[in-house]
Design a protein around this ligand. Structure first.
Ligand code: SF4
Length: 303
């Protein structure tokens, strides 16, 4: 494994490439990445990249967003099979139909959507700024696409607006149960419970805090508590342990996104060697999808 990692590090330099990795990537990829973060942090980072090439270790929509925000770069997605099942729950035809049925609604799409869906979107958001994005809107009705759990969470803070929810969800967070959280809390009574807003409302109700993954990172480094139950995909726990060696972290059993784990060290090495498979989008899609992403980035984070 050391040889592969050494070769990746050498090729990064030779090919003038940067590796961006999501918080849910396997530990070895997080460790060799130039930047590790959540969707919003990665989108912001993509706009600052100075190298010719971005190797994007995350799921498909994230690599697309990197290209949309930085179209003059070569964006390589090491394993195109790494796709987000929640993003696949909405397609552009379905969204166009829903827009016809709700002409007064503003379309807020979670960044976990395809580039095509973003072309029919008014503004994107991430779990780090959904409430802030919705509070910024003048319209009274929001068509929230596709994560109904994130939409329900945001609605708690903007009760004056009417929400229409797309019936989508992240299976990893949806499967985190109240029973799992209660059991961990019984076992580790001093631990703070942090959960992601993609979790179901009943899990959110019993958590101490609700944060995006980047919000969890910030909270754990500043909290007086030194023990945490982490209600999100288990990959984040690697970063939390690395950045907070004096604290204890408990992952949720089986909270694993198989798609995030599809990108291997070998895929990353091949991506750097061949600068393939590249993310390709038409100029028209890039132009149309960029506007809602730019608005999202400009609003910044809430947590
Ligand atoms: S963790 Fe959930 S939202 Fe993230 S890529 Fe996996 S399925 Fe999609």
């Amino acid at each position: 494994m050391t040889e592969i990692i050494d070769e990746i590090l050498r090729l990064k330099h030779e090919k003038n490439a940067v590796v961006l990795a999501h918080n849910y990537q396997v530990p070895q990829i997080q460790d060799l990445a130039d930047f590790v973060g959540d969707s919003l942090a990665l989108a912001v980072q993509a706009t600052k990249v100075e190298t010719d090439t971005i190797i994007f270790c995350g799921v498909d929509f994230m690599a697309e967003s990197a290209l949309i925000l930085n179209p003059q770069k070569t964006v390589v997605h090491p394993n195109p099979k790494a796709k987000c099942p929640m993003a696949a729950m909405v397609d552009v035809e379905g969204l166009r139909l829903a827009k016809k049925e709700t002409p007064k609604a503003v379309v807020v799409s979670y960044v976990n959507t395809t580039a095509d869906v973003k072309t029919e979107t008014d503004i994107c958001c991430t779990s780090a700024n959904a409430v802030k994005v919705i509070k910024s809107l003048e319209e009274d009705t929001v068509l929230f696409v596709p994560d109904s759990n994130l939409g329900l969470y945001a609605q708690r803070y903007v009760p004056e607006k009417k929400f229409i929810f797309w019936p989508g969800y992240c299976h990893v967070h949806q499967d985190i149960s109240v029973e799992q959280i209660r059991e961990l809390k019984r076992e580790f009574p001093d631990a703070e419970v942090l959960v992601h807003p993609e979790c179901s409302p009943d899990v959110i109700d019993i958590a101490d805090f609700v944060f995006s993954t980047e919000g969890m990172v910030r909270h754990c480094s500043s909290s007086a508590s030194k023990e945490f139950i982490i209600g999100t995909e288990e990959g984040l726990v690697h970063r939390l342990k690395k950045e907070n060696p004096g604290s204890i972290f408990h992952a949720i059993p089986d909270a694993v996104c198989p798609n995030m784990k599809k990108i291997t060290l070998e895929d990353t090495l091949n991506a750097l060697r061949n600068l393939e498979p590249r993310v390709v989008l038409s100029k028209e899609v890039i132009e149309k999808a960029r506007a809602p992403l730019d608005k999202m980035v400009a609003i910044g984070r809430q947590d």
